[in-house]
Design a protein around this ligand. Structure first.
Ligand code: 13P
Length: 254
């Protein structure tokens, strides 16, 4: 049985003071999640990682939203894995569609970052998902398959087991137009099939999240789908009350 995971992607939101206030208010909801066997985490911006890590319930995962695969050097504007580790961070989101669109992040670049994270015993959350155009052309599966095969190329089974995947159809992100449970489950079950082809039975242990306009009102529905192991949430993860309602929704979906 895969443990459910709720990860809040704060994107480019919150000052350090705002992030700290969230962290300080989150203790009880994190305990509630733990008591209901749910992993819970937040992904602040780089400048907020340290304050969130220092002020949030230690049972809460704190994830970065990106990293560089090199340890140090002439990479202006980048942040390395040892730097993240130095402030206690061991999870990193990679390949988010916004980074693919605005920062030219490719599946191949994600592959190098995923390998570097795994070599450092950290957890990559690898995002995939298609545009509206691809969805409407009926090409979702072949598109996502390529992202998974390239992003996770050459991983051992042992390493693949440690990766978390997030399926986020771009047309559902921040639009209020969430994918139906059936669409999300169908694509996520397909992704698990791709993982099975690549890594065998280990695929049954890999958590695959859904993301895209997940809200307190619809989270339980997604969680009732057999292959959906959690949610990667943007907008609805920003306020403590809403984040708490998401955790409660997952707890009550069981
Ligand atoms: P929203 O929940 O705001 O649609 O964002 C989803 C997302 O991109 C999470 O990574």
């Amino acid at each position: 049985m895969r443990k459910k995971l709720l990860l809040g992607n704060w994107k480019m939101n919150k000052t350090p003071a705002e992030a700290k206030a969230f962290a300080l208010s989150a203790s009880e909801m994190v305990e509630y999640a733990v008591a209901h066997n749910i992993d819970v985490g937040v992904a602040p911006t780089f400048v907020c990682l340290q304050t969130v890590k220092e002020n949030i319930n230690p049972k809460c995962i704190v994830s970065a939203q990106n990293c560089n695969e090199h340890d140090h050097g002439a990479y202006t504007g980048e942040v390395s894995i040892p730097m993240l580790k130095a402030v206690g961070i061991d999870w990193v989101i990679l390949g988010h569609s916004e980074r693919r669109e605005y920062n030219g992040e490719t599946s191949k670049a994600c592959n190098a970052k995923i390998k570097a994270l795994l070599a450092n015993e950290m957890t990559p959350v690898y995002c995939c998902g298609e545009s509206l155009e691809t969805f409407e052309a009926g090409k979702t599966k072949e598109f996502v398959e390529e992202q998974i095969k390239t992003g996770l190329a050459d991983l051992t089974k042992e390493d693949a087991e440690k990766v978390v995947i997030a399926y986020e159809p771009i047309w559902a992100i921040g639009t209020g137009k969430s994918a139906s449970k059936e669409i999300a489950e169908d694509t996520i079950a397909f992704i698990r099939g791709v993982l099975r082809e690549m890594f065998g039975e280990v695929a049954e242990k890999i958590r695959i999240l859904y993301g895209g306009s997940v809200k307190p009102v619809n989270v339980a529905e997604y969680m009732s789908a057999p292959d959906i192991d959690g949610a990667l949430v943007g907008g609805a993860s920003l306020e403590p009350d809403s984040f708490k309602a998401l955790i409660e929704g997952i707890a009550n979906s069981k």
